[in-house]
Design a protein around this ligand. Structure first.
Ligand SMILES: Nc1nc2c(ncn2[C@@H]2O[C@H](COP(=O)(O)OP(=O)(O)OP(=O)(O)O)[C@@H](O)[C@H]2O)c(=O)[nH]1
Length: 199
């Protein structure tokens, strides 16, 4: 089976978004040390957008270097809150403390995507969403995390917007795809414009 692109990501959410849109996706998870790259960039005060874009490009390049040709898509999402960059929660306690931090406040999700072809970047986009959380109670927060841990553990911010996580919010600006980790609309526009996908 031929693929429209290779997804250089272990994210089941991204694979699902692409396949639901009818994109024929091969998966090759990248093997990069995200944390050390993130730490180095934060030490240089790199803005969250640059952190996400740099990591997305590194993942695409790492998989493109394995050969195989075609289009390789690398992605990365970061949560930006008052100058901090938050990652996926380490454990239940971390998820609870992150959500307490974000409660009643507005944070941004930045979802970067980079496509490599013939060993060079040919397209990139960083989607941005702004999300304002409601003032949910500690009791609901703890119950939400305990019940949903197996799902939210894979999500930056410790929530899944398309599941019960939507109840944590009172306002969301930006598309659900960007929030779920992929600027899908912009990606599909590029793939149709270049003739990879029929339209
Ligand atoms: N389904 C869903 N996934 C979300 C949501 N918010 C964030 N995510 C996921 O959170 C993850 C963000 O972490 P990343 O480091 O960018 O990606 P990853 O899952 O570690 O996978 P790699 O691309 O291999 O690094 C992605 O898998 C996103 O799809 C959401 O609201 N819904």
């Amino acid at each position: 089976m031929s693929f429209d692109l290779i997804l250089a990501s272990a994210s089941e959410s991204r694979a699902r978004l692409l396949r639901s849109a009818g994109v024929r996706v091969g998966i090759t998870p990248p093997r990069i040390d995200e944390d050390s790259v993130k730490d180095a960039l934060q030490a240089e005060d790199a803005p969250p957008r640059d952190i996400a874009d740099t990591l997305a490009e590194m993942k695409a390049r790492k998989v493109a270097e394995k050969g195989g040709g075609g289009l390789v898509l690398g992605c990365d999402q970061v949560l930006s809150f008052k100058g901090q960059v938050l990652s996926k929660p380490e454990d239940v306690a971390d998820a609870m403390s992150q959500l307490r931090l974000l409660r009643g406040e507005t944070h941004q999700l930045l979802s970067a995507a980079v496509i490599y072809e013939d060993m060079k970047p040919v397209w990139r986009h960083v989607g941005v969403a702004r999300l304002t959380m409601s003032d949910f109670s500690d009791a609901y927060l703890e119950d939400y995390v305990e019940r949903n841990w197996d799902s939210i553990r894979w999500s930056v911010g410790g929530y899944k917007i398309e599941e019960e996580g939507i109840r944590l919010f009172r306002m969301v600006q930006g598309d659900t795809f960007t929030i779920q980790g992929l600027p899908l609309l912009e990606l599909l526009s590029y793939l149709t414009l270049r003739g990879t996908l029929p339209t």
